[in-house]
Write a protein that binds this ligand. Structure first.
Ligand SMILES: [Zn+2]
Length: 206
């Protein structure tokens, strides 16, 4: 089993809706972001990547890259789910908490769960979304933005799954690229840790 946690914040800006958990919700502001600013999905992706020790969402989908401008964050989620499968794991469950004063999210929570479970290809009871306020305290309390935190638990599966689904070729290429980086010890914090521990051991011996 592997556990991961994620956290994300986006500020309110001009606009007339926010996208949270893949669900479009009418509001008198939008969220400022390079992508669609979906804090729920971003926190969830970071939790999944964290569980695999594969870095963070910014490394995999750099905000400076043109291809992610106004990106639908469900693409990020599908890619993270593919990475989980490719690394021989499956989602056990995910739990997300969204914090804002407005818009009122309670009426939308079930649709978010359904949307997320749909993207992750898991059962509804594996995905929890909870909405709360910060009692008018702090930046969320002042209505300056929305925050979300997520925890996921991954369980090993017998065989690493082949990547299937929509836009197969592109998704497959993405997973292959990340897997290759990991194998080459380029971007894998665990591998770097191993190297560091190894050289420390050697210097002790020396
Ligand atoms: Zn974000």
């Amino acid at each position: 089993m592997r556990i991961g946690q994620g956290f994300d914040v986006h500020a309110f800006g001009p606009g007339d809706y926010v996208t949270l958990g893949g669900v479009r919700i009418a509001h008198d502001h939008g969220l400022v972001a390079h992508s669609d600013g979906d804090v729920v999905i971003h926190a969830l992706c970071d939790a999944m990547l964290g569980a695999l020790a594969l870095g963070d969402i910014g490394q995999h989908f750099p905000p400076g890259e043109e291809q992610w401008r106004n990106a639908d964050s469900r693409t990020f989620l599908r890619r993270c789910a593919a990475l989980v499968a490719q690394h021989g794991h499956a989602l056990a469950n995910a739990d997300v908490t969204v914090v804002c004063e407005r818009p009122r999210l309670a009426p939308h929570v079930e649709r978010m769960r359904e949307a997320l479970a749909g993207e992750l290809g898991c059962a509804l009871d594996q995905v929890s979304v909870k909405a709360t306020t910060s009692e008018k305290l702090g930046f969320t309390g002042r209505g300056e933005g929305i925050a979300a935190s997520a925890v996921v638990l991954l369980q090993p599966r017998a065989v690493a799954a082949p990547v299937t689904g929509e836009d197969d070729a592109e998704l497959h290429a993405f997973v292959q690229r990340v897997a290759a980086e990991v194998e080459a010890d380029v971007a894998h914090p665990l591998s770097q840790g191993k190297v560091a521990a190894g050289s420390a051991a050697r210097s002790r011996e020396g």
